[in-house]
Write a protein that binds this ligand. Structure first.
Ligand SMILES: CC(C)(COP(=O)(O)OP(=O)(O)OC[C@H]1O[C@@H](n2cnc3c(N)ncnc32)[C@H](O)[C@@H]1OP(=O)(O)O)[C@@H](O)C(=O)NCCC(=O)NCCS
Length: 373
């Protein structure tokens, strides 16, 4: 069986930054306007007044300091509170396709490959822009790649789940060189008008080349020693947007058609699941957490990563062992652990071991154990 290696990664970083201060100012203007509009109902006790958000809360509760977004003016407009994207014609490359192609080209260059070398494209993200044709097929076409492509969605674990599919495709011989892209336009499904979650997400796209060790020529190769996926149903993170909405005569703009979560519950339930998952995966491969040179963890919350790392090795994350990118990128759904891997691996040496691990809605957890060649 051919061995699978990660031979290159690429990152699309959106052009705009929204700082916590800007975000909170826009939210508080929106909340003030709402309270003015509903003053009578609030005075009669029929409606609760909206409470203001705060930079201090966001940084303390999440560790997030800013986020990148593709479009900023709509998000910060208190009369709108979501991005402004222009509808594109069927003959134009879609926005998801565009950011995926950008990240893919960078990953191809890093791996020393051209689009002609790609024989499978997996587009894995928490949301797809449309039902069909698959985003992956559009991306395959835009790049000029061959083979086949498909979309997959396991929310925040989409990337690691796609890595396993890519590794399996390489090992089985159904593909020799796979492109995995994670275009996350989270700004379009985040509820920016909800104080409990308006700070959570940012936009980004990551791309990863997973290929047979026999064809890999990159100077930076990572053997995939093993992958392990797990799911366990939960409604604690949910978005009911979908093709059934019209037939159900439900309101397409209702609160349940964007991201919502019970943050505390997610925190409490997912931390032990993720730590136990990584530990079990390593144990199955006769490895100890302390042998890991790096943990590239999902980037949702600083406190979650601190607790996971403490459970695994008794250490605090940040810096060297489990680098954080959520302070600058926020939670980028499936792309978070891949951004960490993209930005924080250059200092590792041949033989060094690490784990890429995602966790999120589903619940879903995916771990990928890698060794620097
Ligand atoms: C979302 C999350 C950051 C919230 O942090 P938390 O410490 O659990 O905060 P809570 O929601 O319990 O709120 C604590 C208090 O702050 C208040 N608060 C909530 N949002 C606020 C905001 N933006 N500004 C100021 N105060 C806020 C709440 O009203 C609450 O007040 P109360 O104690 O008087 O009721 C945290 O639960 C989390 O990260 N969970 C992980 C889940 C996750 O990130 N999932 C993403 C998908 S993988």
């Amino acid at each position: 069986m051919p061995q699978a290696v990660i031979s290159g990664t690429g990152l699309y970083q959106p052009p705009h930054v929204i700082t916590n201060a800007e975000l909170v100012e826009a939210f508080n203007r929106y909340a003030t306007l709402q309270n003015e509009k509903n003053a009578d109902a609030i005075a009669r006790g029929e409606q609760a007044a909206m409470t203001m958000s705060s930079v201090e809360f966001i940084e303390k509760a999440s560790g997030i300091k800013q986020r990148y977004v593709i479009e900023k003016s709509g998000v910060l407009d208190p009369l709108r509170m979501y991005p402004r994207f222009e509808e594109r014609g069927d003959d134009q490359l879609s926005l998801m396709g565009e950011i995926a192609v950008d990240a893919a080209r960078k990953a191809l260059a890093a791996a020393g490959k051209t689009a002609a070398d790609i024989d499978a494209v997996f587009c894995a993200a928490a949301n797809m822009q449309r039902a069909y044709p698959a985003m992956a097929v559009e991306i395959q076409n835009a790049l000029g790649a061959g083979g086949y492509g498909f979309d997959m969605n396991v929310a925040c674990s989409s990337a690691t789940f796609a890595f396993e599919q890519a590794v399996n495709a390489v090992r089985s011989g159904s593909a020799r060189c796979v492109l995995v892209v994670n275009p996350e336009i989270t700004s379009a499904h985040l509820e920016w008008r909800d104080r409990d979650c308006h700070f959570i997400f940012g936009d980004v796209c990551t791309a990863t080349i997973i290929e047979s060790a026999e064809t890999a020529t990159s100077a930076d190769q990572w053997e995939v020693l093993g992958t392990k996926l797990a799911t366990q149903f939960s409604n604690a993170i949910r978005n009911n947007f979908g093709f059934m909405n019209r037939s159900e005569d439900s309101d397409p703009l209702a609160r349940d058609k964007t991201f919502r979560q019970e943050g505390r519950k997610v925190f409490k339930e997912v931390v032990p699941l993720a730590a136990a998952h990584i530990e079990a995966h390593l144990a199955a491969m006769n490895l100890e957490p302390t042998q890991m040179r790096r943990f590239w963890l999902h980037q949702a919350n600083l406190g979650m990563n601190q607790l996971i790392l403490k459970k695994l090795v008794g250490a605090e994350p940040g810096g060297d062992l489990a680098p954080l990118v959520l302070d600058t990128y926020a939670n980028t759904a499936s792309a978070g652990s891949v951004i960490a891997f993209h930005e924080y691996r250059g200092d590792l040496k041949s033989g060094d071991l690490g784990v890429i691990c995602s966790f999120g809605a589903g619940y879903s957890i995916g771990s990928v154990i890698v060794r620097k060649k």
